[in-house]
Design a protein around this ligand. Structure first.
Ligand code: SF4
Length: 460
């Protein structure tokens, strides 16, 4: 997968981007007195309109911190580090934000006329290599890589409060903008609130943490409608009833007046999904939304999400530790381990031909997969990454580990030549090469780890 989303993102005539969200080199760290915990350590992936991207891994792999980074919900002492970028490409949103926050919009074309991206790598302010952006040479870089990832400001290209980047069209004429993105890692205050909930919504694992026990379910949905859509009174009540009906709650006009404790676990999760949908988001992040539910209700909620996705063309990011659920819901899957994505593939390929030893271990741990055989487990625990990776973090648990695994950090690469949609971060790949060639391949592509000193987005 090329990491330069700007070149691969296309805009349809319905105003939607095919790629609606691009995560690039996301690094989120927690700064404690004793250490820096790199909870998410340089991950990149895209989500397209109407698709479900599954994120799977054990507890501590960085799945939820990824979601919270996208939502702007990383609490102190955590923060997103420089070099990270989360781009929201939805065209109507880019136009809307360029109109509403006109002082914070940047004309990327104008900057391209005056700056050579290849030369920017030589500037002392930039501590990233072209490889960190997914390039083999500096000439492949685009100016948007620097703007989106937090270097634009230190390079003097943009102002501290800029966050709308227009790549086709002009910020001076928002209705005619043809492409661009809103850089989520740079959002604050009003702009942050305009994105969170409105454009990207999240459903958490435990519905009781999202619902306030002292307000009726209807009032909580109406509050979301008031805040994000300015709807009040009878209009909001009718909309709340419609939303409850849409998520399959029977007798919705009566139940809208009930309190969360009067709902069953499954119904509560449906109500939370209704709240998330109240603002008609483009992207829905589901963080283990079915973990607290029994299997039958889980299946119903998954079916509901699938139906809603089809109706609303929602892009869904689905986080779970459960490979069975991942198989049910995902179009594409990212397997995370210790803050990194270690394998990416479409769901059929991943299950038919897992390449990374960690993915293989996860699949062997699914109950019932090998009938009559003893259930396999992955011995040991996920480590807490507290320093830039200089070796394979899975090595202590990996049955395939060899000497080089403790000395070289594997980068994410196609598992074989031409398999751009199936990548793994493992020294066993690419297939068909000698051990020496594979090691060279990873060493050549390795990006220098970025600094954890200081950092953009301190407020996040
Ligand atoms: S790089 Fe080595 S230790 Fe890491 S997953 Fe591959 S074989 Fe195992």
């Amino acid at each position: 997968m090329s990491m330069n989303a700007e070149t691969q993102t296309t805009q349809t005539n319905t105003g939607r981007s095919e790629t609606i969200l691009s995560v690039r080199n996301l690094q989120t760290a927690f700064f404690t007195d004793k250490e820096v915990i790199r909870a998410v350590d340089g991950i990149s992936y895209d989500i397209e309109t109407g698709e479900t991207v599954g994120i799977v891994g054990e507890s501590g792999s960085g799945k939820s911190v990824t979601a919270r980074s996208i939502m702007g919900l990383v609490d102190s002492p955590g923060r997103i580090l420089p070099g990270s970028s989360i781009r929201f490409h939805h065209l109507e949103t880019v136009r809307e934000f360029a109109q509403r926050f006109s002082g914070n919009a940047v004309d990327v074309n104008a900057l391209e006329q005056t700056h050579d991206p290849a030369e920017l790598f030589d500037r002392p302010e930039v501590d990233m290599t072209p490889a960190a952006f997914g390039y083999e040479s500096p000439e492949e870089a685009s100016i948007v890589d620097f703007l989106g990832s937090g270097y634009g400001e230190s390079l003097g290209l943009i102002d501290a409060d800029d966050f709308v980047f227009v790549t086709e069209g002009s910020p001076d004429d928002p209705s005619r903008i043809e492409s661009g993105f809103v850089e989520i890692t740079r959002l604050e205050g009003k702009a942050q609130r305009a994105m969170r909930g409105n454009k990207i919504a999240m459903v958490f694992q435990d519905p009781l943490t999202s619902l306030n026990p002292v307000y009726t379910v209807g009032n909580q949905i109406k509050e979301a409608l008031r805040l994000h859509q300015g709807m009040t009174g009878g209009e909001a009540t009718n909309e709340a009833v419609e939303l409850l009906e849409a998520v399959g709650i029977p007798d919705a006009r009566r139940r809208v007046r009930e309190y969360p404790h009067q709902f069953s676990g499954g119904m509560r999760q449906r109500a939370v999904i209704a709240m998330a949908l109240a603002c008609e988001p483009e992207v829905l992040i589901c963080d283990e939304p079915t973990t607290a539910l029994d299997v039958t209700i889980q299946a119903q909620i998954l079916e509901l999400l699938e139906d809603l996705q089809e109706e609303r063309d929602l892009a869904i990011m689905f986080i779970t530790h459960d490979m069975g659920v991942i198989a049910d819901v995902s179009d594409r899957v990212n397997v995370m381990y210790a803050g990194e994505i270690v394998e990416t593939a479409d769901v059929e390929t991943l299950f038919a031909s897992p390449k990374h030893p960690y993915t293989q271990g996860l699949l062997e741990s699914i109950p019932g997969r090998q009938v009559g055989e003893r259930l396999q487990t992955i011995e040991g625990n996920v480590p807490t990454p507290n320093e830039p990776a200089t070796y394979c973090r899975f090595a202590p648990r990996c049955p395939e580990a060899f000497d080089a695994c403790n000395e070289i950090h594997p980068v994410s690469i196609p598992v074989r030549e031409g398999a751009d949609d199936h990548t793994a971060a493992c020294l066993l790949y690419p297939e068909g090469k000698s051990e020496l060639e594979r090691i060279d391949h990873h060493t050549d592509q390795a990006a220098e780890p970025s600094s954890t000193e200081g950092g953009a987005n301190e407020d996040q």
